[in-house]
Design a protein around this ligand. Structure first.
Ligand SMILES: [Zn+2]
Ligand SMILES: [Zn+2]
Length: 193
């Protein structure tokens, strides 16, 4: 039997450590003018999942513009807002949902490097939660429309310590693409009784 349990504990430090990584350009093609409208829409759509909107985005962009001297793209401001809220919120499920929001947004704006980093944070976060709850093993479940590399991982079981060491997911060979960014692995761990 498998059960989906999410119970995080103070995982705040890891998030903070990633702050600088985010600001660095991923060496990918720069965002074209024509895509800027979509980015803005996408950022607002992401924020709206957490009951935030245009004003929050506007204020954050203003703050970032003042502190860095130039206006950041909307998605970058949206990510900063989410990161702050992940640190603030006490609700484990909400934290995880925000992480997922970050992953989705990063995939859409084409930040592959950061995408992988956040996916790893989510995976570690899940493993640690299961460990804290006393579980010993996890099983990998992949998305229904997962790529062959991900599908190969489906159903595989690991001892939690082993998974923490080898980090089998996010799948490095994932070929699922979102707007030309490969590696949109959505494999997840589930605790095994
Ligand atoms: Zn995968
Ligand atoms: Zn995949």
């Amino acid at each position: 039997m498998m059960v989906k349990v999410l119970k995080p504990k103070g995982e705040v430090k890891k998030v903070e450590a990633k702050k600088d990584a985010k600001a660095r350009p991923a060496g990918k093609a720069p965002v074209k003018k024509a895509e800027q409208f979509d980015q803005r829409e996408e950022s607002l759509r992401t924020l709206s999942q957490f009951y935030m909107g245009e004003m929050d985005l506007k204020m954050r962009m203003k703050q970032m513009t003042i502190s860095t001297g130039k206006e950041p793209p909307e998605w970058m401001a949206a990510l900063e807002i989410l990161k702050d809220n992940i640190i603030k919120t006490e609700h484990p499920d909400l934290k995880l949902k925000m992480y997922q929001g970050i992953v989705d947004l990063l995939a859409k704006v084409g930040q592959k490097e950061d995408l992988f980093t956040i996916q790893q944070i989510i995976a570690r976060y899940n493993l640690k939660s299961f460990k804290d709850l006393g579980f010993e093993k996890v099983e990998i479940e992949c998305a229904e429309d997962a790529c062959p590399a991900c599908r190969e991982m489906a159903g595989k079981r690991f001892r939690i310590e082993e998974a923490m060491e080898t980090m089998p997911i996010p799948c490095r060979d994932c070929t699922t693409e979102v707007d030309a960014v490969k590696g949109y692995c959505r494999c997840r761990y589930f605790a095994v009784f």
